[in-house]
Design a protein around this ligand. Structure first.
Ligand code: GDG
Length: 723
């Protein structure tokens, strides 16, 4: 048995090997195997090199490869089960279902049973070979039952699962006859990772809906353990691609490729597995339309599409291949001239250097999937553009669109929109392209494959995903992951105002922030990749006046309805607010000490200075009176009830800010009931801190605003040092 310390077991459907072809030609016979570059292997390379590591994948026998310290283990799959497991359940049920049911998924009991048997074979193999206390990292949709099965066999190991494809909305996931079993299988993990927050959230919703679980800060409690759920967007070996793209022979080959294609003025490129999710047909149609409408010149524009054969035994794959090939034939037939063929279509696998030369040759990369977990091709293209030229047209429905916000983003269902974006990219000013490419490259190099693997494994092996009682049962005491916040790629710090950075006082107009808190927030706001926001229930104008904060701190008022700008109500909301105000005024007039605060989208009735019983009765009368008008939302706070006609929650604002600043991690600190919507919405590496007593979905707690100030100061210092 191996040393217990630090063993890593990677479990994936495939072993990380690739064939070596005679004369390096993929059309020739396979003469051997080698460790496959790219993908997971390069992501894990540094970890695999330094750690005792085993890779378990499907196979009848181990191909002979040079693989250094990495040990390969094969799981033999019963030939009777192979097709039902892989082409059946994995690729005819899960794959289409998880990709928005673009083609109709087919559900068959015998496929599921084979999937279960194969997953069990994997779990058993892992249980046999893993050292005590090993870290086991299971990959992707073919192996979703492995974590649950493995936990039963080996409760001592630390289990992580990463899904490389999207997780569907719960309304779609509901279709799956075995939906509970799949969720239960995944929940055998200590940490479940997805590419995006949307996917992580979708998974949590399904756990809530089908298993009745409740999420706290991106963790769910399952069978006495806390399972952490988070977004870990995968990266590529950016340096590796850039290096190869800088090789003189590759640069020369790129020039040669352009020449072979007739030296076009513009070369557009698509590179995909031949899959119906990738939207190859969409870009073909958009491109052909542009040539037909003479918005692009057929004599000087070429579109090259590399389509790697994939899952060819499945009928929908044969269908999409036929459709694409029909389109290519039809368009070329109509648009070619002697000597100029606008579409170059290659259905084959290219050698890595050839692929990189092609990336280098292309002016515009077209990536238009209808749905894609991440999409690595666009990142690879960007990594190869060492001279900051080139452009990417990218579907909004890829995980990559969340990071590559400077691409020309398109809705792939809108062919006109795709065409417009292509023209924009082709005709763009070189300076615009350059500034976009610099931003794209920063995103790609910032979170590369290595950073991705390390972040996932670090989370799995430390605090958050712990299977021990520390996080599970003693949440107030759990150690605050300050270091993690200090190192976050882009940190969004959101704090509530009253009771969080400003002590509660009798007169709301007299509430001032603690100077130490302001100082710490300002120090944070001055750091790169750090955004600071005060998120309050107060009207924005009032917050601005009372708090008087430095301008680099963003303000959100009216519980999220006013993000940096005042709210505007429509006439119906205006009328409703007036009706509420009139009714509340009548009730308030009879209760000494009560007063109404008017805000842009709401009124707040404060009873802080009332005799307690009278205050409680007034709140009840408000709830039963104007609080019941259709369209009015009542929100309880500490000795205050608020009636609002513009229904934003603080969580809406935080979500919008997360997206606006492309934040990787959110820290939210608050004391009030209205802060709970944010705590419940946090996930992954986010941290929520409740100030004071009372039940909360926040995982951490401090006592008073003075603690908040201290904590923010420590964070500012650590983050400055982490630089
Ligand atoms: C799944 C998810 C997620 C393509 N043609 C050639 C070639 N490739 C390589 C590319 C790239 C890879 O294949 C394709 O990766 P994608 O990410 O674009 O797509 P999927 O295969 O669907 O991957 C996806 C990914 O998992 C990782 O989590 O991003 O969303 O669907 O690396 O370079 N490589 C070579 N010759 C080719 O002709 N050598």
């Amino acid at each position: 048995m191996q040393e217990a310390e630090g063993q890593l077991v990677v479990v994936a459907n495939r072993l990380p090997v690739e064939p070596i072809y005679l004369h390096g030609d993929p059309d020739e016979e396979v003469i051997g195997w080698r460790l496959a570059p790219g993908g997971l292997v390069s992501a894990l390379e540094s970890v695999l090199r330094t750690q005792d590591a085993i890779w378990i994948g499907a196979g009848d026998q181990l191909p002979e490869v040079e693989h250094g310290s990495l040990r390969l283990e094969a799981v033999a799959i019963d030939p009777e089960d192979a097709d039902d497991y892989y082409e059946g359940f994995s690729n005819s049920a899960i794959w289409p279902l998880y990709h928005d049911a673009i083609v109709t998924p087919s559900y068959h009991r015998h496929h599921y049973r084979a999937y279960e048997r194969v997953n069990r074979a994997f779990a058993q193999r892992v249980a046999e070979v893993a050292a005590p206390g090993a870290t086991v990292w299971v990959h992707d949709y073919q192996l979703q039952l492995v974590p649950g099965m493995l936990r039963e066999l080996r409760p001592d190991v630390n289990i992580g699962f990463f899904l490389h494809i999207p997780f569907p909305p719960s309304a779609l996931f509901a279709q799956l006859p075995w939906r509970r079993r799949i969720l239960e299988g995944l929940l055998g993990s200590d940490l479940i990772g997805f590419h995006t927050h949307d996917d992580a959230r979708a998974f949590v919703y399904s756990c809530e809906r089908f298993l009745g679980l409740t999420a706290h800060e991106g963790t769910v409690r399952w069978q006495g353990r806390r399972v952490a759920i988070g977004a870990f967007p995968i990266g590529i070996d950016a340096e590796g691609f850039a290096r190869t793209a800088g090789d003189p022979s590759v640069i020369e080959r790129a020039a040669q490729i352009r020449e072979e294609m007739g030296n076009p003025k513009t070369l557009l490129l698509g590179v995909d597995r031949l899959d119906y999710t990738k939207g190859i047909d969409i870009r073909l149609k958009a491109f052909a339309e542009l040539l037909q409408d003479e918005r692009l010149d057929p004599a000087s524009t070429v579109f090259a599409q590399v389509a790697v054969p994939s899952r060819e035994n499945i009928s929908q794959y044969q269908q999409i291949r036929d459709e694409i090939e029909l389109l290519v034939g039809r368009f070329n037939g109509a648009l070619s001239t002697f000597g100029a063929t606008p579409i170059h279509y290659l259905r084959r696998v290219l050698e890595r250097e050839e692929l990189i030369a092609l990336y280098l040759a292309a002016d515009v990369m077209l990536v238009t999937p209808l749905r894609d977990g991440m999409n690595l091709v666009c990142k690879e293209y960007v990594a190869c553009r060492n001279d900051d030229t080139g452009a990417v047209v990218l579907s909004e429905f890829t995980g990559a669109a969340r990071e590559l916000t400077q691409a020309y983003l398109v809705n792939p269902y809108d062919t006109t929109g795709v065409s417009e974006a292509i023209v924009q990219a082709v005709e763009a000013d070189p300076a615009e392209l350059q500034s976009r490419m610099i931003a794209l490259r920063a995103a790609v190099f910032d979170t590369d494959a290595k950073a991705w693997a390390e972040e996932f494994l670090h989370t799995l092996q430390t605090g958050l995903a712990s299977t021990t009682a520390a996080v599970a049962d003693d949440r107030d005491q759990a150690k605050l992951p300050l270091e993690q916040l200090a190192q976050a790629r882009h940190l969004l710090v959101c704090v509530d105002y009253d009771g969080t950075i400003s002590p509660i006082v009798a007169d709301p107009q007299a509430a001032r922030p603690l100077p130490e808190a302001v100082q710490a927030l300002q120090a944070l706001a001055a750091l790169p990749q750090t955004t600071v926001v005060v998120v309050s229930g107060r009207a924005l104008e009032n917050l601005r006046e009372v708090a008087n904060l430095p301008t680099d701190i963003h303000l959100v008022g009216s519980h999220g309805a006013e993000v940096d700008a005042p709210l505007e109500l429509d006439p119906a909301q205006q009328r409703l607010l007036e009706q509420c105000t009139t009714a509340a005024e009548e009730l308030v007039a009879a209760v000494p000490g009560a007063h109404i605060e008017t805000k842009p989208g709401s009124i707040a009735i404060h009873v802080r200075r009332c005799e307690p019983k009278a205050g409680a009765e007034l709140i009840r009368a408000i709830v039963m009176g104007p609080g019941r008008y259709p369209g009015v939302l009542g929100r309880h706070g500490k000795e205050v009830i608020e009636l609002s006609v513009a229904h934003a929650q603080k969580s809406d604002a935080v979500r919008a800010l997360r997206q606006r600043f492309d934040a990787s991690t959110v820290l939210f600190i608050g004391d009030d009931l209205t802060d709970e919507s944010v705590f419940a919405d946090l996930s992954g590496h986010d941290v929520g801190i409740k100030v004071g007593a009372g039940d909360s979905a926040a995982l951490w707690r401090v006592e008073a605003p003075s603690d908040v100030a201290l904590l923010l100061a420590r964070l500012a210092q650590e983050r400055a040092e982490a630089g």
